[in-house]
Design a protein around this ligand. Structure first.
Ligand SMILES: [Zn+2]
Length: 316
């Protein structure tokens, strides 16, 4: 792992004060007098992705309340977060299993148990009432920030309304299990609820938390939970870029223990020529399937059955 991806500028914020005394813990919710959607911001799906906790802490301390509808702020994998160690910052992604691969009825209703499944089962009734959900994450590498808007047009449209970050990546998830944004509530073609995931930058950089705050504020605006005057003092003058849309055409899954890239990719590199070898999966070369293929979130944690990189096409 490179030096930059291990440098820890960001430390956890104290979320013990947000535990509450009910079940689920670490969930704050306010309902306005005026009607409106249930807007939910989720942090810490992965315990070592500190930026979301910083963003929710900022919103709570700012005293923001919804103008309409219901606003919920949720700290998901608090067990993993509590184990964060700046000497070994990657270790606290989860306690027993990746919490963002368990959002299928099979996993949630099956007989298997884990720290993450127990917490997911607690939070499930809450998420299943969310109308507009932002799941706040960060990345291993220094890739430009991006939205993962899932498979639906309404996901991509919501990400475009938020407007920051400008990269909007439509995809269908992982072979390794279902993400929260892929839950049927948010992906049913006949449904209306929308969930998007934002990757705010490298896990432990200061600027990643700053971006998470900006995305959270813009999400509250885009969903109508707050008005512009409520957040104007905190909105940074980020130049608004037109959205860049990307369609993921393939998630490359490592088949064995011997998957390696031909060089260190950060993410969002555009490979000009079709047929370029970008990695080897054992003896099998992994090549780009078309010209101007974009590499999304190359993993530095290459394990069999897990996504190594996604390949995408930039949409006009
Ligand atoms: Zn994550």
């Amino acid at each position: 792992m490179s030096i930059t991806s291990q440098t820890v500028e960001l430390m956890p914020v104290d979320i013990a004060r947000y535990a509450g005394d009910g079940v689920p813990s670490h969930v704050l919710s306010w309902t306005a007098a005026a009607p409106g959607p249930h807007v939910l911001l989720n942090a810490l799906m992965h315990g070592n992705e500190l930026c979301g906790a910083h963003a929710l802490d900022f919103l709570i301390r700012s005293g923001l309340r919804p103008r309409r509808g219901r606003l919920t702020l949720c700290f998901a994998n608090v067990s993993a977060y509590g184990a964060f160690d700046p000497e070994n910052p990657a270790a606290s992604r989860f306690v027993e299993e990746d919490m963002n691969r368990v959002w299928s009825a099979e996993a949630l209703e099956g007989g298997r148990t884990s720290v993450e499944l127990a917490r997911a089962r607690e939070l499930r009734p809450l998420f299943e009432t969310a109308d507009l959900l932002l799941d706040i994450h960060s990345m291993q590498t220094g890739s430009p920030p991006l939205f993962l808007s899932g498979p639906t047009p309404r996901g991509a449209a919501l990400a475009a309304r938020v407007g920051l970050p400008a990269w909007i990546v439509s995809d269908t998830g992982h072979a390794g299990g279902r993400r929260l944004i892929d839950h049927p509530r948010f992906t049913d073609p006949d449904g209306a609820a929308v969930a998007i995931l934002v990757e705010c930058g490298q896990h432990w950089r200061r600027e990643t938390a700053d971006l998470a705050v900006q995305v959270a504020l813009r999400f509250l605006l885009a969903t109508g939970a707050v008005d512009h005057d409520d957040v104007a003092d905190w909105l940074s003058a980020v130049p608004s870029a037109p959205p860049h849309r990307v369609q993921v055409t393939r998630a490359v899954t490592a088949s064995g223990d011997n998957f390696h890239f031909v060089r260190e990719f950060e993410g969002m590199e555009v490979i000009p020529a079709a047929g370029t070898v970008i990695a080897h999966d054992g003896e099998t070369p992994v090549t780009t399937p078309y010209d101007d293929c974009i590499l999304i979130m190359p993993s530095r944690r290459l394990k069999p059955g897990q996504t190594a990189v996604r390949l995408g096409r930039i949409l006009p």
